[in-house]
Design a protein around this ligand. Structure first.
Ligand code: PGA
Length: 261
């Protein structure tokens, strides 16, 4: 995997937005896998700025959701469908007709999960999947010890993840659902390019385990080591526990700019 250490979250957002803009120049109807959480917001802001400046064209782009709470009505402000509509689709001027996501309110949850995997495949697969990482190493909502071969399915959140996400529910952990639908790790690995963004000291242990630890289900993000095109973008704080940080810095500094990530 490639590890890029950037000065701060904004620089990470700019780098990834540029990769998305370049992808859309090559493939205008690219299927972009997006993530929720605080970390990716600088990416969406930087991409929206490029759209306004006319240097990125998202008019044919399609958007795919990574995970969703089970049981929150789709129009609940914290359902991930609502969050993505607010943070990604509206600022970019992309309509819901170009959006793919699982149905978190379905009576038949396993059926909805299988239907979502089929929908992703029928759409040609995800071209670039943007990922955050949990403090416990989760990607999507694949919590520790998720099968590395897993498909989209229901998962139970760890208490730590519910506590981490309580800030979106008035700080009240009892409002955070226990269950979610998440693309499986096997599903995520099918995207053509994986880009994981991590910022802040709180992610340093998870980043070190992802990049320099063994491939192990106890750190789901370590599955990125199995992918032929995975990029980990980290700020200095999130990189602070990487033993090979200097090597990653030199490699990036010497990379021809035209190659991008
Ligand atoms: P965060 O969430 O970006 O809000 O830290 C990341 C995640 O849980 O995947």
């Amino acid at each position: 995997m490639e590890v890029v250490i950037v000065p701060d979250a904004q620089a990470g957002g700019e780098l990834i937005a540029e990769a998305l803009a370049a992808l859309l120049r090559r493939r205008p109807d690219a299927l972009l896998g997006v993530a929720t959480g605080s970390t990716p917001l600088p990416v969406y802001r930087a991409l929206a700025a490029r759209v306004r400046a006319g240097t990125a064209d998202v008019s044919h782009a399609r958007i795919a959701q990574l995970d969703e709470y089970v049981g929150l009505p789709a129009d609940h402000p914290e359902s991930y469908r609502s969050v993505l509509a607010r943070e990604v689709l509206e600022p970019l001027g992309i309509g819901m007709d170009a959006f793919l996501g699982p149905d978190g309110t379905a009576a038949d949850v396993p059926g909805a999960c299988a239907a979502y995997d089929r929908a992703l495949a029928a759409a040609g697969g995800v071209d670039l999947q943007l990922l955050g990482i949990g403090t416990d190493g989760h990607i999507g909502f694949n919590e520790p010890c998720s099968s590395l071969a897993s498909r989209t399915r229901i998962k139970t959140l760890t208490e730590q993840t519910r506590i981490d996400n309580a800030r979106f529910f008035d700080g009240d952990v009892t409002q955070v659902p226990h269950h979610v639908i998440t693309q499986g790790i096997g599903t995520i690995l099918e995207a053509r390019h994986l880009v994981l963004l991590a910022t802040g000291e709180g992610k340093a242990d998870a980043v070190a385990a992802t990049v320099e630890g063994p491939v192990a289900a106890v750190c789901p993000a370590s599955a990125l080591q199995l992918h032929p095109h995975a990029t980990v973008v980290v700020d200095e704080a999130a990189a602070s526990k990487l033993k090979l940080a200097d090597y990653f810095r030199h490699t990036w500094a010497d990379k021809p700019e035209w190659q991008g990530i």
